[in-house]
Design a protein. Structure first.
Length: 102
C-alpha cells in the first residue's frame, strides 16, 4: 500500500515506515503530524481524491530537524571588480510514516 501525500506545497509518494525529508515544520521532535492524502493505492485498487481523498489519513512522526547541503551563490560583473559570494542551507524536517488508512 502506498499513498501520495502533500506537505509544504510538494507531493511525496510514501509507504508505511518510510522516512521522508519535507520543508521545515514548526513541530517538536516526537510530535505526530497528519498529512493530506491525494491518492491511495492498495494492491492495484487506486482511489484518487478531488483534491483530497475523503476519509483517508496519513499519520507521521517528526524524527529530526536539520539543514541541507550548502549551495554557493556567486554573482559577479566582469571588468567591474564586483563580486558577491553567498551560501544557503535549506532547513528540513524528517518524517517517519506511521500509518496510512483509507
Amino acid at each position: 500500500m502506498f499513498a501520495i501525500v502533500e506537505c509544504g506545497g510538494k507531493q511525496y509518494k510514501v509507504s508505511e515506515n518510510d522516512v521522508i525529508s519535507v520543508e521545515k515544520l514548526n513541530n517538536a521532535e516526537g510530535d505526530k503530524v497528519s498529512l493530506n492524502v491525494l491518492l491511495v493505492s492498495d494492491n492495484g485498487n487506486v482511489v484518487a481524491g478531488n483534491p483530497f481523498v475523503s476519509g483517508a489519513k496519513c499519520e507521521a512522526e517528526v524524527v529530526a530537524h536539520g539543514k541541507g547541503d550548502k549551495i554557493v551563490v556567486f554573482k559577479y560583473k566582469p571588468k567591474k571588480n564586483e563580486r558577491k559570494k553567498q551560501g544557503h542551507r535549506q532547513p528540513f524536517t524528517q518524517l517517519r510514516i506511521l500509518s496510512i488508512t483509507k
